[in-house]
Design a protein around this ligand. Structure first.
Ligand SMILES: Cc1ncc(C[n+]2csc(CCOP(=O)(O)OP(=O)(O)O)c2C)c(N)n1
Ligand SMILES: [Mg+2]
Length: 594
């Protein structure tokens, strides 16, 4: 989809003086060459050369990335995050000097922790003040925005940061930054440039983009494949745990092949992609912050972890000491997480698709005890069926007047089709969403993969722009809806024709800090006196915010009897091109069960 700022209607006798080819032109050209589809931008006094270059490109009918104006930087980076997750390709975010960089806020944490490729570009205060160069200081803010280490604001979260010092090699540096951003483990990169550099007239540089590809996928050493394969064959109770293997859709099919070959059950731990079909008889559920020991984990004699930052929480839930563990991940030592260790036999740095293909290849030649595999399949599928029966029970209403999260999610499951992508930022209901939605197709489920709340609003826009034929459904807590900056979110959604359906799990407050308090102080003063500072009563009319900001269809849903019809209506409206916000009342924070 190409999005133009305006249809240009010029009098034929008006002669336009051509703009120069500048550092800014090179920056935009490099992004286009690299396959960046969108620049999510929030502009300022640092960007005149960029605006000039966009105007010239429009005039020349030259293809450049779509410019999506985002009136808040957190929305911009969240949209780039969602777009990159769906498309697999890095996107760009342009922000205003150090102020705009600060406003990216928790989106920077989300991109880094969620391992999403994003190129952030920020201008910088001019470095001349007497008109020595084009772009020299001419506004009072240029003195106020001059800080000594702008890149330092976000450096801890970036895979790479640099300052563009001349227009002459901007393309090379942009390609280098994108190369690093796209190489596993993927992540955000940050470039900055002062106005003079962006204004510098330069000769266009031609680049062979094929020379700047991401690192090719890493394989597991063949000896290790043999070791893991043998261990899997010998294990009586093997188990696979994964969180984000499904970011490469191809990995899901490979995992199914491996699991089926040996009847290995799969548990998803705090997943932010669909990793294994929920209805598969070898799927044995989810682990989030569940405050109890998972018996399947405790009983496993061999655990293969594939792509997971937190496979379990050892204080409450861990494998047996005798269990043999193999850990495969693009970043198996989690070098950026100061406290991180798991008791693994081997830490293997590899791409999960490649590793699974290798294991499947090795096993296709192996001598498999088919009878044992068959028996295990029977046992696991019984466990699977019992688990699903229990979940089904949870979907039954206890009170005909009260919508429970399980009932809401089950109703949504019945209402959506296969062309839907669901975004989950439902916080204390994260796990319920996975359990009761039961998604089966790779690429149909996304989480931020991190913890700075509010990702879902911008991400829904990004997901819709990346996949215009899909229906985007965003599930959010009420607190998280407010974190998402709903005013700019819905304004952008309307302006750029990116409709999506939001469902607010409205429990009138922040459930999570209350649950956290009870987790540490189950009989503490806060619990005894029922004071948690998490209550939103009286609440805002959330859906009306969306209506005012972006013409969204707004509806509050209070009773179970209304839900089915409201979901049907919401989905119909969103498919017709208008965003929808359903504000659904669920039991209040204080009544929430642990
Ligand atoms: C930017 C940011 N601020 C604060 C937090 C801490 N926090 C974690 S969960 C949560 C409450 C979320 O509330 P809501 O979306 O209503 O979900 P609920 O807990 O009620 O299910 C908060 C404030 C955070 N993770 N990120
Ligand atoms: Mg809440």
């Amino acid at each position: 989809m190409r999005i133009q700022e305006n249809e240009i209607a010029l009098e034929s006798n008006v002669e336009i003086v051509r703009g120069k080819y500048t550092g800014a032109s090179a920056l935009i050209d490099a992004l286009e060459e690299a396959g960046v589809s969108c620049i999510f931008a929030n502009l300022g006094s640092d960007h005149p050369a960029i605006i000039e270059s966009w105007a010239q490109s429009t005039l020349d009918n030259k293809k450049i990335p779509d410019v999506i104006i985002c009136p808040h930087e957190f929305v911009a980076i969240s949209a780039a995050h969602g777009y990159a997750q769906v498309s697999g390709k890095p996107q760009a975010v342009f922000v205003h000097v150090e102020c705009g960089t600060q406003n990216l806020g928790g989106g920077v944490h989300n991109a880094a922790v969620g391992k999403v490729p994003i190129l952030i570009f920020a201008g910088a205060s001019p470095f001349t003040q007497e008109g020595e160069l084009t772009g020299s200081r001419n506004e009072f803010i240029h003195w106020l925005q001059d800080v000594s280490d702008q890149r330092g604001i976000v450096r801890e979260y970036m895979k790479y940061d640099n300052e563009l010092r001349t227009g002459k090699n901007i393309k090379q540096i942009v390609h280098r930054a994108l190369q690093i951003s796209q190489s596993e483990p993927k992540g955000p990169v940050y470039l900055m440039a002062a106005r003079e550099v962006l204004e510098e007239e330069v000769a266009p540089v031609s680049i062979n983009v094929n020379g700047w590809g991401a690192i090719s996928p890493s394989a597991v050493h063949p000896q290790k494949i043999e070791e893991i394969g043998t261990a899997l064959l010998e294990a009586e109770k093997p188990l696979i745990i994964t969180s984000y293997l499904g970011r490469n859709k191809e990995a899901v099919g490979e995992l199914v092949t491996l699991a089926e070959k040996l009847s290995i059950p799969v548990i998803e731990s705090a997943p932010n992609y669909l990793n294994f079909p929920a209805d598969h008889p070898l799927h044995l559920g989810y682990q989030w912050n569940t405050p109890s020991q998972n018996q399947i984990l405790a009983d496993a004699d061999l655990i293969l972890i594939l792509d997971s930052d937190v496979p379990w929480i050892p204080m409450i839930n861990k494998p047996a000491d005798t269990s043999k563990i193999y850990y495969i991940d693009e970043d198996p030592l989690k070098e950026r997480i100061p406290l991180w260790y798991i008791p693994s036999e081997s830490f293997i740095k590899a791409d999960s698709v490649t590793a699974l293909q290798q294991l499947n290849g090795w096993l296709s030649e192996a001598d498999i005890n088919e009878e044992a595999v068959k028996q295990r399949h029977t046992v696991i599928s019984h466990l699977h069926n019992a688990q699903r029966k229990e979940w089904k029970k949870q979907e039954q209403l206890v009170d005909e007047e009260v919508i429970t999260p399980a009932f809401l999610i089950a109703s949504l499951r019945e209402a959506i089709d296969n062309d839907t992508i669901v975004l989950n930022e439902a916080i204390t209901n994260y796990e319920s969403v996975c359990k009761h939605l039961g998604l089966t197709e790779p690429g149909t489920y996304l989480g931020s993969g991190a913890s700075s709340l509010g990702w879902n609003g911008g991400a829904a826009i990004g997901a819709k722009l990346a996949a215009p034929d899909k229906t985007i459904v965003s599930l959010t807590g009420d607190g998280t809806y407010m974190f998402s900056n709903p005013t700019p979110v819905h304004w952008v959604s309307k302006k750029y024709n990116a409709p999506f359906l939001t469902i607010i799990f409205n429990n009138k407050g922040w459930g999570a800090p209350r649950v956290s308090t009870l987790g540490v102080h189950p009989n503490g003063v806060a619990n005894q006196t029922d004071q948690f500072w998490v209550n939103f009563d009286p609440t805002a009319e959330y859906s009306k915010v969306a209506e005012a900001a972006g013409g969204a269809f707004a509806r509050k849903v209070q009773k179970p009897s209304e839900l089915q019809e409201a979901l049907k209506q919401g989905l119909e409206i969103v498919k017709s091109g208008q965003s929808v916000v359903l504000d659904v009342c669920i039991p209040q924070v204080s009544e929430q069960e642990l």
